[in-house]
Design a protein around this ligand. Structure first.
Ligand SMILES: [Mg+2]
Length: 217
């Protein structure tokens, strides 16, 4: 019996991965360097501690940069693009179906709580009783910590919960924690390895949550 539905945030609820990459790629360009999309896909879903673009730029340029100014410019450009994004197809339908079925909902994200909760509130996406973010745990995905923290908060066993993820490291985190996992590759993660997932969908709009629960049954 499924009693919990846990969403990833970036690339799953909102396709922020492309703006985040684009904003950094533009900063690299301004310094005469390239940030390849191929490389960026390998760090997606792992949290900001895993790769520090400013440190990378400094190393490649061999000089010290104004970190604060770069981060401020990056945030402004990123937000410009993120504000234009719509909630990913099927997310609202899945939320409504889970609510109707009495299934609790949570969010497990390697990003900061400020980022995740800020966007959820801005978009009026409510109903998530347990939200665990990068700042709440020691290890980001692909470690199972975020999922284990959400399960504990929800009071749901791993085999009673379904995770929805757009990245390979997110799928690995969910499976390491013992949840069922539905992978929905996003614009930046299509090349990831989704083999550990129980189900791979092109979009959450493809199949209803009810149908997925029946299939995982
Ligand atoms: Mg993601």
């Amino acid at each position: 019996m499924i009693r919990g539905l846990v969403f990833d945030f970036d690339g799953l609820i909102l396709d922020t991965e492309l703006p985040v990459y684009q904003a950094w790629a533009e900063i690299y360009q301004r310094h005469g360097l390239e940030l390849s999309a191929e490389f960026w896909t390998t760090i997606i879903g792992r949290g900001s501690d895993y790769f520090d673009p400013v440190a990378d730029l400094e190393q490649r340029l061999g000089l010290e940069l104004d970190r604060e100014a770069i981060q401020a410019a990056r945030r402004t450009r990123e937000m410009e693009m993120v504000m234009d994004l719509r909630v990913m197809p099927g997310v609202n339908e899945w939320r409504q179906q889970a609510t109707a079925m009495g299934v609790g909902m949570g969010v497990a994200s390697s990003s900061s709580r400020r980022w995740v909760v800020g966007h959820l509130e801005r978009l009026a996406l409510d109903g998530f009783s347990c939200i665990r973010c990068g700042d709440d745990v020691e290890r980001a995905k692909p470690a199972p910590d975020l999922y284990l923290a959400v399960l504990e908060c929800m009071g749901v066993a791993a085999h009673e919960a379904v995770a929805v993820e757009d990245s390979g490291s997110g799928v690995r985190a969910a499976k390491a924690a013992g949840l069922h996992c539905v992978a929905v590759p996003s614009s930046m993660t299509a090349g990831h390895d989704f083999a550990p997932a129980d189900l791979i969908l092109g979009s959450l709009a493809e199949v209803s949550f009810r149908e997925v629960v029946a299939r995982l049954g």
